[in-house]
Design a protein around this ligand. Structure first.
Ligand code: ADP
Length: 401
């Protein structure tokens, strides 16, 4: 048995899960938020308890130290030696990282390369490095493994990842599609193959990861063939606050009309668009659903635009893969928003998709929600990125458990 810490470090937060491997049992989980502000928030779940405290967390290093001290204090671990690996989620691995990788020291190739790639994911990659360093300081002898959101998408063929822009942009700056949510797409498609009872290599699966950030992925034989997110997580379908695809001319047009820079407009496309921008109400699907149910046209329109664009991708991936065994819904909206699943599935009738409305309404976790007649099976599969991080930490760190 081995305890592995799965970490997702953001610029002011550290989300974590401590897992017992190989059982994949969650022993503790939680979040450190508001790092660097006057008062932080530390939530910890363990043994069916949920505790919240408000410590001062000047930097990530104090956050990590407090987390480890608390694990001992609460008896969650007796000694820190029990934690034998730390796995870090990293958003952008570019073309360099083709697999999860062991971190080679404080200033080695791995950290330097992640820093170099920060141009493509400035907020995320820099925060991840801070998280890695904080754990290196607190647990210097423990192997650390970096698990990239982009690795799963590295199998996309050239015709799927290239943009039709001057080729020098690709050569000089790496301008191409990298995708995101790869860890989730892999977890869900692997699990879907098990539910289908088919060898992974014989499956064609479309995964709809619909959270605050959302992406669709075509997975053929367990490998990514195409995905909706691009150079950055702005491309693809409309999300909580992100616009998804649009004509790039919108950027220069708004720059001129509102006397803004391109960076400012792209910031609006990232932070004030999507469900929030369309509904004018919220980026949270629950609020937009309440608005829709109360008869607010813009809330209904926001979901219709999103559903239509999800279906555009599904239809295109169906054709690209030459068919599809199953469509999976996952993440906050995919797992919980029955009206969106219904809206999407009804639009797919032409492909022989038939949703079972009762199964779609039932509240339970993983399940089939299509009728026996449906030509493509529909599943809800809750995602579990932390388990994938822990699995890769064990594999790449060669940890015995
Ligand atoms: P992320 O990890 O990208 O921040 P999540 O996967 O947590 O996002 O998904 C967040 C979205 O899921 C929000 O729009 C939220 O409203 C929606 N969501 C979460 N739980 C529910 C629920 N019980 N019912 C409806 N929507 C939900």
């Amino acid at each position: 048995m081995a305890k592995i810490m799965a970490v997702n470090a953001g610029s002011s937060s550290i989300k974590f899960q401590l897992l017992e491997m190989p059982q994949e049992e969650v022993i503790a989980s939680g979040n450190m938020e508001r790092i660097g502000l006057a008062e932080g928030i530390f939530t910890l779940k363990y043994n069916g308890l949920k505790e919240e405290t408000h410590p001062v967390l000047p930097t990530h290093a104090e956050g990590v130290q407090l987390l480890l001290d608390t694990l001992i204090e609460k008896g969650i671990v007796k000694h820190l030696d029990e934690i034998v690996g730390v796995g870090h989620r990293i958003v952008q691995g570019g073309e360099f990282f083709k697999d999860s990788t062991l971190v080679d020291g404080e200033d080695g190739v791995v950290i330097n390369k992640i820093a170099e790639l920060a141009d493509l994911a400035p907020l995320h990659n820099r925060a991840h490095i801070i998280g890695i360093r904080a754990f290196q300081k607190a647990l210097p002898k423990v192997p650390e493994v970096v698990v990239f959101d982009t690795v799963f998408h590295q199998t996309m063929p050239e015709e799927a990842y290239m943009y039709a822009t001057p080729y020098e942009w690709y050569e000089k700056y790496g301008i191409r599609k990298y995708g995101a949510h790869g860890t989730s797409h892999k977890f869900v498609s692997d699990r879907c193959a098990q539910l289908l009872g088919k060898p992974l290599k014989d499956t064609k699966i479309i995964v709809c990861h619909l959270g605050n950030g959302a992406s669709i992925c075509a997975v053929e034989g367990g490998k990514c063939k195409d995905t909706s997110m691009g150079l950055t997580p702005l491309e693809g379908i409309p999300m909580g606050t992100r616009s998804g695809n649009l004509d790039p001319t919108v950027v220069s047009y708004i720059c001129e009309k509102e006397n803004k820079t391109a960076v400012e407009v792209v910031n609006i496309l990232n932070k004030q668009s999507g469900l929030l921008g369309m509904s004018g109400r919220s980026n949270d699907a629950r609020d937009v659903t309440n608005g829709m149910n109360a008869g607010d046209h813009r809330c209904k329109m926001a979901f219709d635009v999103q559903a239509k664009r999800i279906v555009d991708y599904i239809a295109s991936y169906y054709v690209y893969m030459g068919g599809c065994d199953a469509i999976c819904f996952t993440a906050g909206m995919g797992e919980n928003l029955k009206h969106l699943r219904l809206n999407v599935s009804r639009r797919l009738g032409v492909l022989g998709v038939e949703i079972d409305e009762k199964l779609n309404d039932t509240f339970s976790d993983e399940r089939l929600i299509s009728t026996p007649n449906s030509k493509i099976k529909l599943f809800i599969i809750p995602t579990n990125e932390e388990v994938m991080i822990a699995r890769d930490t064990v594999r790449v760190g060669k940890i015995k458990c």
